[in-house]
Design a protein around this ligand. Structure first.
Ligand code: THU
Length: 133
């Protein structure tokens, strides 16, 4: 069982937000996750002049998960560059669900909650007829 240091995870999210490219919204976002092997992965939002193409912090973090050895998210925190707690948008909750499942823990304004509580009745990999690798 991986121990989660929430304060350290929140601090990592704030630090990751420092790498954000957000010249349009001016909202720097960082995401940080503890993985099932104990390692930490992070992400930041990366916007685009074609506004709709911007990437959320959780999205680039999912890329980092895959790029650094795969595995699963166990615990996730999202923060602005100035330290405010931010909840993942709906699309990002789905992205977190793909790699964390219903038991993945998320830092929320209501405390630490499992994804099953913030994305109820989720569609997920188990709803597909055939499991993909
Ligand atoms: N953003 C994230 O990075 N994650 C979320 O879950 C919500 C929104 C980013 C996208 C955009 O760059 C900025 O926040 C403002 O919407």
């Amino acid at each position: 069982m991986t121990e989660v240091s929430w304060d350290a995870l929140r601090a990592s999210a704030v630090e990751a937000a420092g790498n954000a490219y957000a010249p349009y919204s001016r909202l720097n976002v960082g995401a940080a996750a503890v993985c099932d092997d104990g390692r930490l992965v992070t992400g930041c939002n990366v916007e685009n002049a074609s506004y709709g193409l911007g990437l959320c912090a959780e999205c680039t973090m999912a890329g980092q998960l895959r790029l650094t050895g795969g595995g699963r998210f166990v615990a996730v925190a999202c923060r602005s560059g100035t330290g405010e707690l931010l909840m993942p948008c709906g699309r990002c909750r789905q992205i977190l669900y793909e790699f964390g499942g219903p038991d993945c823990l998320l830092d929320t304004p209501r405390g630490v909650l499992p994804l099953r509580d913030v994305l109820p009745d989720a569609f997920g990999p188990d709803d597909l007829p055939e499991k993909k690798p």
